[in-house]
Design a protein around this ligand. Structure first.
Ligand code: FAD
Ligand code: NAP
Length: 309
């Protein structure tokens, strides 16, 4: 029986593990299906983590977090948790292997994954020109033209990353103003090879048996369509929270969610179910920042100690 089971090993899960183990909990396991670090490990440039003067990659930022937690006794189980349920005072976690684990308290810190734009060709060419990770796949398009879809911080930051590798980066946004922070937009404007295609919707990603050859976009005002010739299309149109492990056999969820599927928590990161905490990108009103996810994790770790006392 675990004292505290943490689902997800991003900034929220790791920080919860640090605070819970350093605060005295003995039997704490973090279930992380991949390597610890979370989605930020896909980012090429972090410049807003406090105390970090140099610009670092996401990998560099997260490098020492797991070691720091393990020093205080956090265990890492490299498993996916497919379901969490509760029977009396005890939580049951079902793992990908089918094995079950019991815990007295649980934190769900499963974060989010890239959202699909839902356009024709996106699924067909995924991995054959369509990507959601510039750090992973940008190099394949060295000296080539690519298209970035989206107008948020991720789209703008990753367009800048790609501009250092690719010949031309078209950034297609459905409105005439970016959602990204003005600071990032100003940075992007300094790149001559980034071509904003504003007020355009994306109609289709086209290609042949070798992969993507272009992206068809439509001017929202004139209705005219044109094809941006490109070998790569990077989709950055937001994120979906990963709440599937909270779904029960009858289709209901273990705790209250909002209409977007985000977990409703109070300021102590407590959910509607006693002993179940949520932290980071998965919770309502998450600012979706590493520092905030880490802060949530610390609150949840401290909360688990109080709950068990
Ligand atoms: P995540 O980081 O998403 O971690 C969740 C973890 O849970 C993942 O490792 C996943 O594998 C694991 N997991 C999910 N489901 C299960 C399951 N069922 N069982 C086991 N494990 C599971 N923030 C900033 O502050 N500054 C930036 O510059 C910045 N840049 C970004 C750039 C990019 C490209 C992206 C994608 C995000 C960026 N962010 C940035 C946002 C930041 O990465 C997130 O806000 C933060 O990582 C959220 O942390 P989290 O712990 O809640 O979730
Ligand atoms: P986001 O902020 O939700 O932006 C998504 C963008 O995609 C928006 O511009 C949106 O257009 C557009 N979009 C959504 N659905 C679309 C569709 N179907 N077709 C075409 N365009 C579509 O997502 P994000 O950029 O991934 O960022 C997620 C969170 O992480 C944000 O809170 C962000 O601030 C944070 N983050 C922070 C940093 C940083 O601090 N440096 C870096 C990356 C991410 P509209 O604008 O018209 O809605």
């Amino acid at each position: 029986m675990l004292d505290f089971a943490i689902i997800g090993g991003g900034p929220a899960g790791l920080t919860a593990g640090l605070y819970a183990t350093r605060g005295g909990l003995k039997n704490v396991t973090m279930f992380e299906k991949g390597l610890p670090g979370g989605q930020i490990t896909q980012s090429s440039e972090i410049e807003n983590y406090p105390g970090q003067l140099e610009v670092v990659t996401g990998m560099e930022l997260m490098d020492k977090w797991p070691q720091q937690c393990q020093k205080f006794g956090l265990k890492h189980d490299m498993s996916e948790v497919t379901r969490v349920s509760k029977n009396g005072d005890t939580f049951q976690l079902t793992l990908g292997s089918g094995e079950t684990v019991e815990a007295k308290s649980v934190l769900v810190a499963t974060g989010s994954v890239p959202k699909a734009a839902g356009i024709k060709g996106e699924a067909e060419f995924f991995g054959k020109g369509v990507s959601t990770c510039a750090t992973c796949d940008g190099f394949f398009y060295k000296g080539k033209d690519v298209v970035v879809l989206g107008g948020g911080d991720t789209a703008v930051e990753e367009a800048i990353f790609l501009a250092n590798i690719c010949k031309t980066v078209y950034i297609v946004h459905r409105r005439d103003q970016f959602r990204a922070s003005p600071h990032e937009v100003e940075k992007m404007k300094k790149f001559d090879n980034i071509v904003p295609v504003m007020n355009h919707t994306t109609e289709e990603i086209v290609g042949d048996k070798m992969g993507v050859t272009g992206v068809v976009v439509k001017d929202k005002e004139s209705g005219e369509t044109k094809t941006l010739e490109a070998m790569g299309c990077f989709v950055f149109v937001g994120r979906d929270v990963l709440n599937q492990c909270l779904q029960q056999e009858d289709g209901s969820y273990l705790c209250d969610l909002n209409d977007s599927g985000e977990v409703i928590v109070n300021l102590k990161m407590e959910t509607s179910l006693k002993g179940l905490f949520a932290a980071g990108d998965i919770r309502i009103d998450a600012p979706k920042q590493v520092v905030c996810a880490a802060g949530d994790g610390a609150i949840a770790g401290i909360g688990a100690i109080s709950y068990l006392q």
